[in-house]
Design a protein around this ligand. Structure first.
Ligand code: AVJ
Length: 320
């Protein structure tokens, strides 16, 4: 059964997400313009992301799902029964059933910034698991979240699949891991996915597919800004760029201006030169040792690691 959802997102009188506006206006006034990747995921963006996960070139979802199918039972044995599962950035929760069907969990708490998507996927999950209490929380998990009172006393399992951790630079990733440890408490565990460092051509193809789905995902941010923040950014004057940054071992996505531009967002004027970019996403790629070290720096003890024969993806179980 799905409980009433808790909403922890602040809006102004017109329903504008204050954090979205603040991030966009600040980001567009920086020297290297940048907007945090979490703002991709309005309803349209979340749907385009689902399309990405079905692309041949985009291996992470397929490989991680395969790992959960193959090793889910072994994971459940190491985790044990009666834990409350808190999923960080649950999205459409497609991987969740693969874990929950093995786990015998006490409750499921999906956290997501996209409330509409959260409610929709909670309903779908409730049909698959009629006896499981589901308590959706609309929240930005980058900040400490107060867990619903009904689960606070239980042993927690944090579930953070999808290599979403890769969206953060290492120092922010470490902050988040520490925040998660504080949220979940003593005796908790964390099951977390990392995308592995690999051949650069394969990485580029995964983030710049020939069908242009990832380009649509990136450009959708412009539509969202225009609609929600009263902007007049010319979408057709931008192009999607995916590039490898070797110094940081990450794929970067940018929106590149095709000519000199002047536009406005919420009455703030913005100028861009031709070729200038807005940096919209980082996707860091880790070796197993780097992933372990990141967890340790965030206060977690890695206890088991699962990977595929192609060495594309990692799932790590860690103790608080
Ligand atoms: C959802 C953050 C894991 O970085 O691979 C996919 C998002 N961006 N294609 C990733 C994404 C472009 C994705 N994560």
């Amino acid at each position: 059964s799905v409980h009433a959802d808790l909403k922890l997102v602040e809006t102004d009188d017109d329903g504008v997400d204050l954090a979205f506006r603040a991030d966009v206006l600040r980001g567009l006034s920086e020297r290297q313009k940048a907007i945090p990747a979490r703002w991709f995921y309005d309803l349209a963006g979340s749907e385009i992301f689902e399309e990405i996960t079905r692309l041949q070139e985009y291996y992470p979802t397929r490989v991680e799902t395969g790992l959960l199918e193959t090793h889910g039972a072994a994971m459940a044995t190491r985790i044990g029964p009666n834990r409350s599962v808190v999923e960080f950035g649950s999205g459409s929760s497609v991987k969740t059933p693969l874990l929950l069907r093995e786990l015998n969990a006490a409750a499921y708490v999906p956290l997501d910034i996209s409330g509409d998507f959260l409610r929709q996927s909670s309903q779908e999950l409730a049909e698959k698991f009629p006896d499981l209490p589901i308590i959706p929380v609309e929240a930005n998990f980058m900040r400490p979240v107060e867990l619903p009172a009904s689960v606070r006393h239980l042993d927690m399992l944090g579930f953070f699949p999808g290599s979403t951790i890769g969206n953060m630079v290492p120092h922010t990733a470490v902050d988040l891991l520490r925040t998660m440890r504080d949220t979940l408490g003593e005796g908790s565990q964390l099951l977390i996915g990392f995308d592995r460092a690999k051949d650069i051509a394969r990485l580029i193809a995964a983030y710049d597919d020939p069908q242009g789905v990832t380009a649509r995902f990136n450009l959708n941010l412009i539509d969202r800004i225009n609609r929600e923040l009263d902007g007049d950014m010319p979408r057709e004057k931008f192009r999607h760029v995916a590039r490898w940054n070797a110094d940081w071992s990450r794929i970067e996505m940018h929106l590149e201006a095709l000519e000199d531009l002047i536009f406005s967002v919420s009455d703030q004027h913005v100028k861009m030169r031709r070729g200038e970019t807005i940096h919209t996403e980082n996707s860091h790629k880790y070796t197993p040792n780097q992933a372990r070290l990141l967890l340790q720096a965030g206060g977690w003890t890695p206890v088991h690691l699962w990977t595929d024969t192609g060495e594309d993806f990692l799932i790590i179980l860690a103790d608080a």
